[in-house]
Design a protein around this ligand. Structure first.
Ligand SMILES: Cc1cc2nc3c(=O)[nH]c(=O)nc-3n(C[C@H](O)[C@H](O)[C@H](O)COP(=O)(O)OP(=O)(O)OC[C@H]3O[C@@H](n4cnc5c(N)ncnc54)[C@H](O)[C@@H]3O)c2cc1C
Length: 217
């Protein structure tokens, strides 16, 4: 659930702000400055039904307190689904390929890259006059090689975050405060291992946060 809001100077900052934890269980709440007095506020909540207006209202209250605003005009509310870290299933069949949001390839950059792979195989299939699912599955194999591990890791991370409480999230985030993480290089699996090693070195107990993944919530 998202809305455009108006308040004095709230559109001016250069940076977006994202918050995770009980303010928006399962994903994030957002503040996106749009210039001048305009911004959007949003909550992205999982496993709490389709009406997430109570979370939105709490986020607006918190935002007003954080920014010291007494007046905030709330515009039209928009609701919908954000395919964050969904795991794409079937992407091809005879004569058809799905890409981007339609196939659950969450995120703008991921959708653009998925679309490029899809377009490449579409061109090859036309060149070879073969649009069978067997031929088109070149595309799903190409996608899986590039992204499947990353999507599973992303899904696990999101589920872990959903199951952690705010104090656990805060204490885990402390580990990364003021740190330059540009040393993270390589595949998503390599980066995940490097992050774990970094946490182990800096504050071994912070790794316990990962055990939230096993909670039945
Ligand atoms: C609220 C929200 C917040 C998000 N935030 C982020 C973010 O911060 N960062 C990020 O990377 N990703 C974010 N995403 C995900 C991102 O928007 C999508 O991954 C991306 O837009 C997918 O691009 P796409 O071109 O595949 O599909 P879309 O952008 O959904 O485009 C599909 C287009 O096809 C049109 N269409 C549908 N059916 C037909 C039809 N029958 N005929 C003609 N046209 C049709 C639609 O109107 C639409 O314009 C967010 C998504 C949502 C919903």
């Amino acid at each position: 659930m998202e809305a455009e809001v108006e308040g004095e100077g709230i559109g001016e900052p250069d940076m977006f702000e994202y918050f995770v934890g009980s303010v928006a269980p399962g994903w994030k709440s957002t503040y996106s400055p749009c210039g001048g007095d305009r911004a959007t506020l949003g909550v992205y909540v999982r496993r709490h039904g389709r009406d997430v207006s109570s979370f939105f209202d709490r986020w607006v209250d918190k935002f007003k307190r954080m920014k010291g605003l007494s007046n905030l005009r709330i515009g039209e509310m928009k609701t919908g689904g954000d395919p964050i870290a969904t795991i794409p299933n079937q992407m091809v069949a005879d004569g058809i390929m799905l890409t981007g949001g339609a196939s659950g390839q969450s995120g703008i950059g991921y959708s653009i890259h998925g679309g490029k792979m899809c377009g490449k195989v579409a061109a090859e299939s036309i060149q070879e006059a073969n649009t069978s699912s067997r031929f088109l599955s070149r595309y799903s194999r190409m996608w899986a090689k590039e992204y499947r591990t990353e999507y599973y890791l992303g899904r696990m991370a999101l589920e872990t975050l959903r199951k952690m409480d705010d104090s656990e999230i805060n204490s885990m985030m402390e580990v990364f405060k003021q740190e330059d993480l540009s040393f993270l290089q390589g595949s998503s699996l390599q980066k995940a291992l490097q992050v774990s090693l970094f946490m182990l070195k800096k504050k071994p107990s912070s790794l316990l946060g990962f055990s939230a993944f096993l909670r039945n919530r």
